[in-house]
Ligand binder design. Structure first.
Ligand SMILES: [Zn+2]
Length: 126
């Protein structure tokens, strides 16, 4: 019997005990990992998304800078991420956050946005 087959056999024999053990482990440690991930994401947001930060890109990473259509903040994203999203979904980044994306969906913004005002001007001249 190979090692993998033996492990599989052992797992099938003691399925309930093993699963309950791992469940207990993840329940007791989940808060720790959530905090750790929050720390990592806050670091990423502060340095990578903020074009003023000079810590990022020292080893030759390429970035794509753009302005948010709602609030006008400048933001940068990894160029490889942009290319991947363009290949798969066919879109470029427009908004700086989920908040701005939500604002862009609202009726008020659709009436006030610079794009809508341009259309209004064109309609008036015609
Ligand atoms: Zn924004």
């Amino acid at each position: 019997m190979t090692r993998a087959a033996a492990a599989k056999r052992y797992y099938e024999k003691n399925k309930i005990a093993i699963n309950s053990k791992s469940k207990l482990y993840y329940q007791s440690h989940s808060e720790k990992w959530i905090d750790y991930n929050k720390k990592l994401s806050s670091y990423y947001n502060k340095c990578v998304f903020n074009p003023a930060c000079k810590k990022v890109g020292g080893r030759g990473a390429k970035f794509y800078n753009y302005f948010c259509l709602v609030c006008g903040k400048e933001k940068r994203v990894l160029l490889s991420h942009v290319e991947y999203n363009y290949k798969i979904e066919g879109r470029l980044p427009k908004y700086c956050s989920r908040k701005c994306y939500g604002v862009s969906l609202s009726k008020k913004w659709r009436e006030r946005s610079p794009y809508a005002q341009k259309i209004k001007k064109l309609l008036k001249t015609v």
